[in-house]
Design a protein around this ligand. Structure first.
Ligand code: FAD
Length: 187
């Protein structure tokens, strides 16, 4: 779902939808789902088999890509492999919403400052670069709210919903964020 055409990507022709190249020009695992990575591995293998690899640097790059793809696709069935965009996302939302759940109802000035700093740094360091760039834009448009647990919890819920909408998923009912992440569901 993280397909993106922004610079500095140099995507060769015929990459599967959702496959993202990192800023270093190599496949970005944390930006791509396992499924899309596996499709790319399959396509790369097929094109090498059919002799469409070309010559010189192009062939070298394709062979390198196939080797990387092969390594990655072999690792797909196990859990002990680098996080794809979905595993990383789920774990990160768990951390962020859990931070909201344990944030004080009436935070001190220092606690508010820490949370703002953390979220600013987080938005720059998030390993999926396309996700990070969009999240930075979101944070510029929708100023972070850190005045209380409820304020931050709802702000974060809306931020998560913006990603849900981008990915074509249903919005979460933000009046229920505490039930989901702090108190547990009411019967
Ligand atoms: P997730 O969206 O990971 O949600 C986990 C759980 O949180 C859900 O099961 C639900 O119980 C609960 N939940 C859902 N919505 C909300 C909400 N609004 N408030 C509170 N709780 C909620 N992936 C991409 O492909 N492209 C992107 O650009 C992208 N950007 C991201 C940016 C950030 C900052 C993060 C943290 C992740 C991003 N992701 C992106 C990953 C994406 O959001 C999902 O984590 C991933 O697709 C897995 O989705 P999921 O359906 O398992 O549930």
């Amino acid at each position: 779902m993280a397909a993106d055409t922004r610079e500095p990507q140099q995507q060769p022709n015929e990459l599967p939808k959702g496959f993202v190249i990192g800023k270093d020009g190599k496949p970005c695992r944390s930006c791509t789902s396992k499924k899309d990575f596996a499709s790319w591995a399959q396509m790369t293998k097929s094109s090498l088999k059919s002799g469409a690899g070309g010559t010189g640097a192009a062939t070298g790059a394709a062979v390198g890509a196939a080797a990387a793809a092969s390594t990655f696709s072999q690792a797909l069935p196990t859990d002990d492999c680098p996080a794809d965009v979905e595993t990383l996302g789920r774990s990160t939302w768990t951390l962020l919403h859990s931070i909201a759940a344990t944030y004080p109802k009436t935070p001190s000035v220092a606690e508010q400052s820490d949370l703002k700093t953390f979220m600013g740094v987080f938005s720059r360091l998030y390993p999926c670069w396309v996700c990070a760039e969009d999240f930075q834009v979101y944070m510029q448009k929708e100023r972070i709210q850190v005045g209380s647990r409820d304020e931050f919890g709802k702000w974060l819920c809306e931020a998560h919903n913006a990603v849900n909408v981008k990915l074509g998923k249903d919005k979460f009912d933000c009046s229920k964020w505490e039930e989901r992440w702090r108190t547990g569901w009411k019967d």
